[in-house]
Design a protein around this ligand. Structure first.
Ligand SMILES: [Zn+2]
Ligand SMILES: [Zn+2]
Length: 174
């Protein structure tokens, strides 16, 4: 492996690797974006496999979460890589689906990354299964007393009777 940044004309000696090639703090993100954009232009299949950019899904997840520094809606790099599916590209927009497991329910989320504006946006979220009833208005009801439940990512709670479901990984909700 090179000891210095592989960006043309740069001799900085510390940084991060892309495909085993070192880039310094200044050039890592530009290089990562170049790789991601090459995949968007070339196209990827529904599993985010790109014929010309190996490991594109990982590069994409690194880019949109800023190497896990930014996790929009609790969406980490590892979650996108491990659970993202149904990828599609339309122009500069990348869409994908992901199953999430907040407390007491399984949700299906659809996300869109707009490479033009560099924004990752939640398009749609639906509950696939829940450990509590959902009424005609889509509201979560307590299975014990039918009161409206307080719903957050890490916890489902009934203020009336104390019924509660906590996420099993409450330290790292969702
Ligand atoms: Zn550099
Ligand atoms: Zn209750």
């Amino acid at each position: 492996m090179n000891e210095t940044c592989s960006w043309p004309g740069c001799n900085a000696s510390q940084g991060r690797c892309i495909d085993g090639v070192l880039y310094c703090a200044v050039h890592y993100r530009p290089k990562l974006k170049e790789v991601v954009m090459a995949g968007i232009r070339a196209g990827v299949d529904d599993k985010a496999q790109c014929k010309t950019v190996p490991g594109w899904k990982n590069r994409f997840a690194r880019w949109v979460t800023n190497d896990d520094c930014l996790s929009p809606g609790g969406l980490s790099k590892a979650k996108i890589v491990g659970r993202g599916f149904d990828f599609s590209i339309n122009g500069q927009r990348v869409r994908f689906s992901i199953e999430r497991h907040p407390a007491g329910r399984v949700c299906l989320q659809k996300w869109e990354f707009n490479a033009e504006t560099d924004e990752l946006q939640l398009l749609d979220e639906s509950i696939l299964t829940a450990e509590f009833p959902i009424d005609g208005n889509g509201d979560a009801r307590c299975p014990k007393c039918a009161n409206l439940l307080e719903v957050s990512a890490g916890r489902i709670r009934c203020a009336e009777c104390g019924f509660e479901i906590q996420h099993e990984h409450t330290l790292y909700p969702r």
